[in-house]
Design a protein. Structure first.
Length: 512
């Protein structure tokens, strides 16, 4: 069993851990009325990583710690700002499988082994408010580190941490930071004990293979495309643990990162070698399909649940809520298992390795060395031309299933065009952002339309099941009619949205 704790902290240089006379009086600072000592702890932590430090390279760490109130295994994952998510598991002799799985997107299945051991003698002080609540902990640490490789190297230092209590105002860190700096106490030069230990014991830090620097021309189209690909791969890797833990919106965000990667690898085939990227695109498409079941279930349960909740009670005939919940439980469970099975599969592991190779040792084509403006504008306009053709075809069709399918294809083309503008924003600036914004408006209308199409299929199936059970079908028909109205409204809005996005000046601005 694991436990999650979000920690928000900052580290500072400390002249001494034994003699704290240099520490300023913090009473009176932003609601702090007293500083209460909390004794001394002896902490012993062995940090695990791959031989090439993939966890550290992915801004994560894994340790087995004894001593103190939170002894156990701790996997730290990046959150935002000064915060990190710490997933804890009970003490055991080997790395817990749950933490190993949560680290998989970074380790890519490579063996985890001890890399450094850190002992900390910690003196903690509670920063307490007028009601006796702890606002933050201030810890002074005397640290010793020892490398655990073929040779043993040691280092030692002192440092200070200020960690917020769980419900404390994050602005307190800024106020304390200002006070400490005024008293000559500077922020630490390392984000964690681990990174400092690795550096000071000579263990080193992960680096990109030298081959990347040799093939990427500074200021080129290749550099801009790879920067965007890097961002999406990092987002993808960072979201993997959240998806495994079932955190809200994580599946959706991972699918979006996957789609952005797929689209970029397609749109910029003049930059990246398609013999390398086409197989990756195929695997990203596979993964998107596996994740799609869970995401679609989330979307449609929220959509239909809100419609049932908003309907007048006198129009709810039969056990509508109960049937909806039973349907959700059955489908959501299967969809969730499908997601987890995909993330634990050898196929997914191979995809992670392919993405790592793509970013670390990219295969670039000749045009990658050119200036980005023309290369990227051409890629965007090529995607736009496909979108324009599909939009024209869809708008010519009469309402019905054929038009629904054509509008769905138009939506896909709109996403590809919008995503093509994103890597180009640095070089093309406002024209790329402006076109992307207009295309997004078209995509939004088409997305709502497609959701209504799928929702009607779901409602038909629910109505058939209700009918077979002898239940009233009135409410399901009412909901179906509402979805039809939504689709019709979207079809009325689409011509204006498309006219706004297809203005020639938007495209001309890309090449001037």
């Amino acid at each position: 069993m694991t436990h999650l704790k979000r920690e928000t902290e900052r580290k500072y240089e400390a002249p001494s851990a034994e003699d704290a006379s240099w520490l300023p009086d913090l009473t009176g600072v932003d609601g702090i009325v007293s500083v209460v000592g909390n004794g001394l702890d002896e902490l012993d932590a062995v940090y695990y990583d791959t031989v090439d430090l993939r966890l550290v390279g992915g801004s994560a760490s894994l340790r087995r710690r004894t001593g103190g109130a939170d002894a156990g295994w701790h996997l730290k994952l990046p959150a935002s700002g000064d915060s990190r998510d710490e997933v804890r598991a009970p003490l055991s002799d080997t790395v817990p499988d749950t933490l190993r799985d949560l680290a998989l997107s970074r380790t890519r299945g490579v063996e985890l082994r001890p890399v450094v051991r850190i002992w900390s003698t910690r003196s903690t002080r509670h920063l307490v408010d007028s009601e006796g609540a702890v606002l933050a902990d201030l810890s002074l640490d005397r640290v010793r580190a020892e490398s655990l490789g073929a040779t043993t190297t040691r280092a030692s230092w002192t440092e200070m941490e200020v960690e917020l209590a769980e419900d404390a105002d994050p602005l307190l860190l800024d106020v304390l930071d200002k006070t400490l700096r005024k008293n000559g106490i500077d922020r630490a030069g390392h984000s964690s004990k681990l990174t400092r230990a690795l550096e000071e014991t000579g263990r080193g830090a992960p680096r990109l293979p030298d081959g990347r620097a040799e093939v990427v021309v500074p200021g080129s189209a290749g550099e801009e495309v790879l920067r965007y690909v890097d961002d999406q791969v990092h987002t993808f890797v960072d979201l993997d643990p959240a998806v495994r833990r079932g955190l809200p919106d994580s599946v959706h965000r991972m699918r979006v990162a996957s789609r952005r990667l797929r689209s970029t690898l397609r749109s910029y085939r003049a930059v990246l070698d398609r013999e390398v990227t086409d197989p990756i695109r195929a695997e990203l498409k596979w993964l998107g399909g596996e994740l799609g079941a869970e995401r679609d279930q989330e979307v449609f349960m929220e959509r239909l649940g809100s419609r049932v909740g908003a309907a007048p009670r006198e129009l709810i005939l039969g056990p509508v809520d109960a049937r909806l919940q039973v349907w959700n439980v059955a489908c959501a469970s299967k969809a969730r298992q499908r997601t987890l099975d995909a993330l634990l599969s050898p196929r997914y592991l191979a995809l992670l390795n392919s993405l790592a190779t793509l970013t670390e040792q990219p295969s670039l084509r000749r045009k990658a060395a050119r200036k980005p403006e023309k290369v990227m504008a051409k890629a965007i306009l090529k995607e736009y031309a496909r979108l324009a053709g599909r939009a024209a075809h869809a708008l010519e069709l009469p309402p019905g299933t054929e038009r629904d399918a054509a509008l769905h294809q138009t939506r896909k083309a709109a996403k590809k065009t919008r995503y093509a503008t994103e890597p180009a924003r640095a070089s093309l600036g406002k024209p790329a952002r402006r076109l992307g914004k207009r295309i997004k408006a078209v995509q939004k209308v088409l997305g709502e339309h497609q959701d209504s199409v799928v929702a009607r299929d779901v409602l038909q199936n629910l109505a058939r099941a209700a009918h077979a059970a002898g239940e009233a079908g009135f409410t399901w028909g009412l909901l179906y009619g509402q979805e039809q109205s939504v689709a019709q409204e979207c079809e009325r809005e689409l011509p204006a949205a498309w006219a706004d996005a297809s203005k020639p000046r938007l495209r001309k601005a890309l090449v001037h």
